[in-house]
Design a protein around this ligand. Structure first.
Ligand code: NAD
Length: 496
């Protein structure tokens, strides 16, 4: 049996023999069998990461050396891109071409952080005292638990692994139990690149067991987590007793606002992509369409026409535009969400059920779904379905559009469409969300920060802040002309 846990530089199986079968979301077939770590394995992985970090075997490497390592990993990922994309597509059920785009984004992420590691981080500040040199230096935060979701498995962990490596941290990586294969391959490449044993450790298994141990252990300094809001709150509680640093990327319920003066053809096309891409299993999906009343009927008619036309299929279907949901349990969650929406008065215009096509019979296919007549008091507007479900709300004024767009506990992303650039800029400025697209929806680049306001998370990934999460900042004050402090009186005075 293939050993798939990586602890202290050694590939091995679980100490209690546990295994987990990964099933295709497309047809339920077996795609992989992987080791499922025991708590003892987790303890060993944390011990290895801690000992490695404290020894300085990697954390003392120069920024240049660490950047070169991360750059080498990017090269290896590029070399193995098609292998990695196939694994990702098998695990997630997404089309191969989509997985290939994701791997290209992963390579770009590693290259971004490798480049950032070469930019001088430390600096001297002027504290206004001539004989004092005040230096601000950046040091690795320590041992990190990196926990990822299943929707963009490799990409989401790359946003953590690449900066952690550049910063000089040691880590224990835990991908989602539903999608472990690309993480296993990434760790093989990290090993091949010459990373010292103990820096990168891989643990597989369910979050409630191994994830919990990784987020509560006192030897862990930082937890970086991407996943659902409920899990994020549990992690905050578990991390509190040892005051761990936290970087949390949680859910979103993202407003996509279309004004009547927008380029409607482009706006509608982006609205369809924004919500139905990857069957809505995207944290930044534009699930809340907020439309100016005068164009409501036209926009809705066109969206329904386009939703009806979306071609669904599995990884190998070259004509498919979107794929299955990740699991039966997730499909049932989306079904319940839709039923609740109907019960609370949302008007179902299309979809709302699983696909009945024979070729989808063994997979988790849910039809693109549109609810009209929605408002901010409804659960379907406030809660994340993480499925292909759009809710439509209307507004009459700019102020209303902003108020509706901000009426959510989340704050991850949003979009605004208008030909009036001043108006679009005002709305973009007023929306309390971490990323706003103006006359666009969805693109991101590793050079720009990503993260959420409000309950969408804590901290930022990507950009330069995405490296900062993995660094401690130390201030070193050097007095070049020492003298007495003179604060307390000294009866004797002078040198003894
Ligand atoms: P999830 O919270 O169920 O699981 C995420 C990860 O956490 C998995 O690896 C899981 O095993 C682990 N986990 C579960 N319980 C845990 C616990 N008690 N302690 C430690 N780890 C635990 O989320 P998911 O279903 O895998 O992903 C979907 C969610 O992720 C959505 O809410 C989505 O919005 C969010 N997401 C956010 C972003 C972002 O950038 N903000 C990106 C992708 C996904």
């Amino acid at each position: 049996m293939n050993p798939t846990l990586y602890i202290n530089g050694v590939w091995r199986n679980s100490s209690n023999g546990g295994r987990h079968e990964v099933r295709s979301p497309h047809d339920g077939s077996l795609v992989a069998s992987v080791a499922q770590a025991s708590i003892d394995d987790v303890m060993e992985a944390i011990a290895a990461a801690r000992a490695c970090f404290d020894s300085g075997v990697y954390s003392s490497w120069s920024w240049t050396q660490r950047s070169a390592l991360v750059s080498k990993i990017a090269d290896l990922l590029e070399r193995d891109a098609s292998i990695v994309a196939k694994k990702e597509s098998d695990d997630t059920g997404k089309r191969l071409i989509e997985a290939e785009y994701d791997v290209a984004d992963v390579v770009a992420t590693f290259r971004h952080f490798a480049a950032l590691g070469l930019v001088e981080q430390d600096h001297v500040v002027d504290v206004g005292i001539e004989h004092v040199t005040s230096r601000i230096v950046h040091e690795p935060v320590g041992v990190c638990s990196l926990i990822g979701p299943w929707n963009y498995p490799l990409l989401q962990i790359a946003w953590k692994v690449a900066p952690a490596l550049v910063a000089g941290c040691s880590f224990i990586l835990k991908p989602s139990e539903l999608t472990p294969q690309s993480a296993i391959h990434l760790i093989k490449l990290i090993e091949e690149a010459g990373t010292p044993a103990g820096v990168a450790n891989l643990i597989l298994g369910p979050g409630s067991v191994v994830g919990n141990a990784l987020t509560t252990d006192p030897r862990v300094d930082l937890v970086s987590f991407t996943g659902g809001l409920t899990t994020g709150k549990t992690i905050m509680v578990g991390a509190a007793p040892t005051v761990k640093k936290l970087a949390l990327e949680l859910g979103g319920k993202n407003p996509h606002i279309i004004f009547a003066d927008a380029d409607l053809d482009a706006a509608i096309d982006n609205a369809v992509t924004g919500v139905f891409l990857h069957s809505g299993q995207v944290c930044s999906a534009g699930t809340r369409l907020i439309v100016e009343r005068s164009i409501h009927d036209r926009v809705v008619k066109e969206i329904v026409r386009r939703a009806a036309d979306i071609r669904m299929g599995g990884p190998a279907d070259l004509t498919a535009e979107t794929g299955p949901l990740i699991s039966e349990s997730h499909l049932k969650t989306v079904e319940k969400y839709v039923a609740a929406g109907i019960a609370e008065g949302a008007k179902l215009l299309i979809g709302g059920k699983r696909s009945e096509r024979p070729e989808h019979a063994h997979g988790w296919y849910f039809l693109p779904t549109v609810f009209d007549g929605c408002n901010t008091s409804m659960h379907c507007v406030q809660e994340e379905s993480f499925g292909p479900v759009m809710t439509i709300e209307v507004f009459d004024t700019e102020a209303q559009a902003i108020a509706i767009g901000n009426d959510t506990i989340f704050g991850l992303s949003g979009g605004v469409w208008s030909r009036d650039t001043d108006k679009a800029a005002r709305v973009a400025g007023a929306l309390r969300h971490g990323t706003i697209w103006v006359n666009d929806y969805g693109p991101y680049r590793p050079q720009a920060e990503w993260g959420g306001y409000k309950q969408s998370g804590i901290g930022r990934e990507l950009g330069s802040h995405g490296l900062g999460e993995y660094l401690e900042i130390k201030h070193i004050w050097t007095n070049n002309s020492p003298s007495r402090s003179g604060w307390f009186h000294d009866a004797v005075g002078g040198e003894s």
